[in-house]
Design a protein around this ligand. Structure first.
Ligand SMILES: [Zn+2]
Length: 103
């Protein structure tokens, strides 16, 4: 019995781990400006004639919007997503030197 149960549990665990690291998503907060831009993109791509939209909030964080036509958008992000790295200024230093006037 244990010879059948152990591989089954390991297979279930492996499937869960693959799902968690690749497909599992959670709502990600966005700014009001980003929501406005996304709503305008929705209107342009779907030729929506709506004049109103509402924000969707979760725990005081803006996570999406709902259009007057019924369309609903929620920003989702994989749980194990890499955080964006900050650009270092060392890359821009040569360019800054070119544009800096000599004193
Ligand atoms: Zn719409």
């Amino acid at each position: 019995m244990l010879q059948i149960l152990t591989p089954t549990i390991w297979i279930c665990f492996a499937i869960y781990a693959i799902w968690y690291f690749t497909l599992a998503k959670h709502p990600h907060p966005i700014t009001t400006n980003e929501a406005k831009i996304l709503w305008k993109l929705h209107k342009q791509t779907t030729h929506c004639k709506a004049k109103k939209w509402w924000t969707i909030k979760q725990k005081n964080n803006l996570i999406g919007f709902k259009c007057q036509c019924g369309y609903q958008y929620i920003q989702k992000r994989p749980i194990k997503a890499k955080t964006p790295t900050n650009m270092t200024y060392s890359y821009y230093k040569p360019l800054e030197k070119l544009h800096t006037p000599y004193k």
